[in-house]
Design a protein around this ligand. Structure first.
Ligand SMILES: Nc1ncnc2c1ncn2[C@@H]1O[C@H](COP(=O)(O)OP(=O)(O)OP(=O)(O)O)[C@@H](O)[C@H]1O
Ligand SMILES: O=c1[nH]cnc2c1ncn2[C@@H]1O[C@H](CO)[C@@H](O)[C@H]1O
Length: 434
């Protein structure tokens, strides 16, 4: 496990015990291991440049993800081929992207549950999917199926905005019996997306998702939900509120999805509203950076040393140096919030906004898994005097998440091609002030 955040200037395990990595023979518990498990609709992104008339012709809603049937997908594909407008094809899927990015950042294992073609030929979509996935993502539990893989036509319109047309293929065929209980039980978190519950008719992946959630609850594994796309939430916000209240520990969304869920247009107010149903919230807000909201126990909360910020809530970042906890783990829960503007103001030229939010979530998951790993290695450390969800403070997690988003904006694919540069091992460095 490569540790997030403060890695160079302060040692890996800032505890009162001796640093185990400094011992001549570190007593690292080899049997232990922290990993994230996720369920996805395995998809290949087929990226093409199109004009707005193309989107209108195919009945697509700009900036959103929509399901299309086989005939509509064939028409779309044919037109793209005729225009020779396909520019890239690479592995996609919001959870697949996040697990890949987690594995690249943590240099450690994640597990993907989903469907994969049983027989794969060189150059096929399934082949491209596997080639574009980090070798640290464990694919041994994928369920084999005959037939086409899911395709996500990623259409870049005149404004640069991405519109997704999803041709499901067999992406929804994951059976509940292909969700291994022990894999979920041993995970640091279970990652799911709202897309898994969007199907035109009953599909097995819905039950597979509910089974995985039931296992996660049984073993107190945090359930992390990423909201996917606004329309799914806007269709039935009360249903999603109940679903989150019942099942979700950590909620990730952008400001549009946040508004659909809570009715609040302001991301901090939306994150605050969502704390009524869940324990930790990350809300990305494009050029405004990102917000996090969570809980800390009064006894262990920590004051910020940054200037206090006013927004939808006054001096909302006062306790952003606290580490996040589940609400039920607090004797006296208090709400904590943090905000960060885009890293270095954002890249000079944005290559791609696709997956910037997924990148931020991968960083949050890295911090959570690092906390579990640290607890496995040093259960008596003062770092675990309370039952924290994160290894770092809310402020530090925000910085890290934002830094990863920047990296995604700076490259073409939503999947990181490499980890963060070594010279930034300490996120304390003055880069943030520039
Ligand atoms: N125009 C921009 N300028 C600077 N930074 C940006 C810009 N757009 C996005 N970012 C950075 O990327 C992060 C995530 O962006 P955004 O809110 O657009 O994600 P998203 O809509 O969830 O993305 P996706 O759903 O494609 O993963 C922001 O928190 C910010 O740090
Ligand atoms: O319906 C869907 N299910 C799963 N993933 C999706 C869906 N629509 C879009 N994406 C994925 O979202 C990523 C960017 O955040 C893209 O890579 C795309 O594959």
């Amino acid at each position: 496990m490569k540790f997030p955040g403060k890695r160079k200037s302060k040692h890996y395990f800032p505890v009162s015990q001796r640093d185990p990595l400094a011992l001549p023979e570190p007593e690292i518990n080899e049997a232990a291991g922290a990993y994230i498990v996720g369920i996805d609709q395995t998809l290949v992104d087929i990226e093409a440049r199109v004009d707005d008339a193309f989107l209108a012709r195919h009945g697509l809603s700009v900036g959103h993800s929509m399901l299309v049937d086989a005939d509509a997908a064939d028409r779309l594909n044919l037109e793209l081929m005729e225009q020779a407008s396909i520019t890239h094809q690479f592995a996609g899927g919001t959870v697949g992207n996040t697990l890949h990015n987690y594995s690249v950042l943590a240099d450690d294992r994640s597990m993907l549950l989903g469907v994969m073609s049983s027989s794969i030929s060189i150059g096929s979509h399934a082949y491209r999917y596997l080639c574009n996935t980090s070798s640290r993502v464990d694919l041994n539990y994928l369920q084999g199926a005959d037939g086409a893989m899911g395709r996500c036509f990623t259409l870049i319109g005149d404004s640069g905005e991405r519109t997704f047309a999803i041709s499901p293929g067999n992406m929804n065929q994951l059976k509940p019996e292909c969700v291994p209980e022990d894999v979920v039980a041993g995970a640091s978190a279970l990652l799911i997306t709202a897309y898994l519950l969007r199907c035109t008719a009953y599909e097995p992946i819905m039950d597979a998702t509910l089974v995985a959630i039931a296992y996660a609850k049984k073993y107190q594994v945090p359930v992390v939900l990423t909201l996917g796309t606004q329309a799914i939430i806007a269709d039935r916000p009360e249903w999603w509120q109940d679903f989150i209240r019942e099942n979700v520990t950590i909620l990730a969304m952008n400001e549009e999805e946040a508004c659909a869920l809570t009715g609040c247009t302001e991301p901090l107010a939306a994150a605050d509203a969502a704390l009524a149903w869940t324990d930790l919230v990350i809300c990305t807000a494009g050029p405004d950076g990102l917000y996090m909201a969570g809980y800390a126990d009064t006894g262990v909360k920590r004051e910020t040393r940054h200037p206090l910020l006013d927004g939808a809530l006054p001096a909302f970042n006062r306790h952003e140096f606290s580490r996040a906890m589940r609400r039920e783990a607090c004797e006296q829960p208090e709400r904590i919030y943090s905000h960060i503007k885009p890293y270095m103001g954002g890249p000079g030229k944005i290559m791609n906004t696709n997956g910037a939010g997924d990148g931020a979530l991968a960083a949050v998951l890295h911090d959570i898994a690092a906390n579990v790993y640290h607890r496995q290695q040093l259960p008596d450390s003062t770092k675990h005097r309370a039952s924290f969800l994160t290894y770092s403070s809310l402020a530090q997690v925000c910085k890290y998440a934002n830094r990863v988003s920047y990296q995604v904006l700076n490259q073409h694919s939503p999947r990181l091609t490499r980890g963060l540069p070594e010279r930034e091992d300490s996120l304390e460095e003055a880069y943030w002030e520039r």
